[in-house]
Design a binder for this molecule. Structure first.
Ligand code: MG
Ligand code: ZN
Length: 221
């Protein structure tokens, strides 16, 4: 008897891509810039978001969508700064999908928002496959993870509009080869902006803020 093989993955991804387009149309209608931040767990997504809130909250009306398997620790931090925050608990799923983002968008005041920051679930694999409708893909790699990650997770690195190398404050303690990393990234994605930063000390963050500000300016029609 022959075995019937069902290829479900393509159907799921196809439907998700359609939903992502719907999300992008919705935020476009409100002249909002929506960015999707991805990284491994502990690379510094929330720290970057907190720094960005501190710098931009007087200039742009921000909202944050937090994706986590469980808990609302990150959303509580954001909310403590007076920024609207929606926590999505994925109940075990290791990525956000477009449907989840749509539900979050339905719970935000889009008429009074300029910038939506999505913090994806910490994972360099499937978040690359699930489009959310964000205009820009932000990838954080932290120094302790090593400079070989572009070779191991090429899809994630290929899709990024900006790559932040975080935790430069610990560079002296790790064998992170910056030129090997840059070479690997430019082989995969020569258009990506690459900025070394420390979300802890603030070093290098000016480049990130100005990249984000430019992206915001381009959205405002
Ligand atoms: Mg976080
Ligand atoms: Zn996943």
């Amino acid at each position: 008897m022959s075995v019937k093989i069902l290829t479900i993955k393509e159907d799921i991804l196809g439907a998700n891509t359609e939903n992502a387009k719907g999300n992008e149309e919705l935020v476009d209608k409100h002249h909002i810039l929506m960015i999707n931040i991805t990284s491994s767990p502990g690379a510094g997504k929330t720290s970057l978001i907190m720094q960005t809130i501190g710098r931009l909250k007087e200039k742009a009306r921000m909202a944050v969508i937090e994706g986590d398997i469980a808990s609302s620790i990150d959303a509580d931090k954001v909310s403590g700064e007076g920024i609207p925050a929606i926590q999505i608990n994925t109940a075990g799923a290791c990525h956000l999908d477009a449907n989840m983002i749509r539900k979050a968008l339905d719970n935000l005041d889009l008429d009074h928002t300029d910038l939506i920051v999505i913090e994806n679930v910490g994972n360099l694999i499937c978040p690359a496959e699930f489009a959310l409708g964000a205009h820009k893909q932000v990838l954080i790699l932290s120094v302790p993870e090593g400079d070989d990650k572009p070779h191991k997770y090429p899809l994630m690195f290929t899709q990024a509009d900006v790559i932040l190398i975080n935790k430069t404050d610990v560079l002296p303690h790790f064998d992170f080869n910056m030129s090997a990393f840059s070479k690997a990234v430019s082989g995969l994605n020569p258009a990506a902006a690459v900025y070394p930063i420390s979300a802890k000390t603030g070093e290098g963050l000016e480049q990130w803020f100005s990249w984000l500000w430019d992206a915001l300016e381009q959205r405002k029609v």
